[in-house]
Design a protein around this ligand. Structure first.
Ligand SMILES: NC(=O)c1ccc[n+]([C@@H]2O[C@H](COP(=O)([O-])OP(=O)(O)OC[C@H]3O[C@@H](n4cnc5c(N)ncnc54)[C@H](O)[C@@H]3O)[C@@H](O)[C@H]2O)c1
Length: 263
């Protein structure tokens, strides 16, 4: 989608981190941004900064997401850019994971994306002109990183959803990008702040701080890279830090091993 000015973007998880970075980049390109987040205060702060609209949405709740789509179509008549970005993370060996660990991460990272697609896609397909979808995956959706089993499972799923949608939506003039960043300086280590009370059974404690905050990417920079990927209609957007570049040969080795196993 080449022309962004005057168009409407809906970004989930836009109250913080990468979502806020994207909100800033797309507002900077002249879009009206709908800042959707389960934390209303955070969404309102971003909406105030960008002259956008804040909406409280829990992406795990189909009713919340339907209400968001109804509101945006009522107020704006179209959604040109949908960024399914809200996500949570949890680390640790798979053998230590509880049912609640699985349910929580899958409900936000996979079902959250599915709920938004179900609520928005029929109307996006029916509207005139170009549109675009960005799904936030992760580099952990392309290569296996130790102790990230559940998170990786959900991010591989986001990559699969995006690759499938890309082919499916091309005839409808809707582009698709999957964002697969490396380490970005956000509030994701505190993701459990939004963990529902009925899914709290866990043995995992997240580290309080990143081990290398200085070497991590600025989420606003990631937002600018996503903006460029949308304009270029790139399927993959993979912002990596210098330190993350050790992952590149690991991705190559994974695909080499897959090719070697082919008959
Ligand atoms: N930070 C990284 O290094 C990194 C790397 C790769 C991918 N990602 C992905 O980026 C996305 C954004 O994460 P971030 O790093 O900016 O973290 P963040 O915690 O700073 O932002 C995530 C936002 O999502 C919101 N959110 C959480 N659960 C929600 C729900 N159920 N419904 C609606 N909103 C909800 C939070 O309130 C928060 O505002 C996630 O999908 C994450 O997996 C992050």
């Amino acid at each position: 989608m080449k022309d962004l000015a005057g168009k409407v973007a809906v970004i989930t998880g836009a109250g913080s981190g990468i979502g806020r970075g994207m909100a800033r980049a797309f507002a900077g390109a002249g879009m009206h941004v709908v800042v959707a987040d389960v934390e209303l205060d955070a969404a309102e702060a971003v909406a105030r900064e960008l002259n956008g609209t804040a909406v409280r949405v829990d992406v795990t709740k189909p009713g919340d997401v339907r209400a968001l789509a109804d509101q945006v179509y009522r107020e704006h008549g179209a959604v040109h850019l949908l960024c399914n970005n809200a996500g949570v993370a949890l680390g640790g060996p798979l053998s230590d994971m509880t049912h609640d660990d699985w349910r929580w991460v899958v409900s936000v990272n996979i079902e959250g994306v599915a709920n938004c697609l179900t609520a928005f896609l029929p109307r996006m397909k029916a509207q005139d002109g170009e549109a675009h979808i960005v799904n936030t995956g992760s580099i952990a959706g392309l290569v296996t990183i130790p102790e990230g089993g559940i998170y990786a499972a959900t991010k591989y799923a986001v990559v699969a959803i995006s690759e499938t949608l890309r082919a499916e939506l091309a005839p409808h003039n809707i582009g698709v990008t999957v964002l697969c960043p490396g380490s970005v300086r956000t509030n994701i280590l505190g993701a459990a702040r939004n963990r529902p009370d009925d899914l709290k059974d866990t043995t995992v404690e997240a580290p309080a701080e990143f081990s290398d905050p200085v070497g991590m990417m600025d989420p606003d920079q990631v937002g600018l890279e996503v903006r460029d990927a949308v304009i270029a209609n790139a399927l993959y957007s993979i912002p990596l830090t210098e330190g993350n570049k050790v992952l590149i040969p690991m991705v190559q080795a994974r695909f080499d091993a897959i090719m070697k196993a082919m008959p």
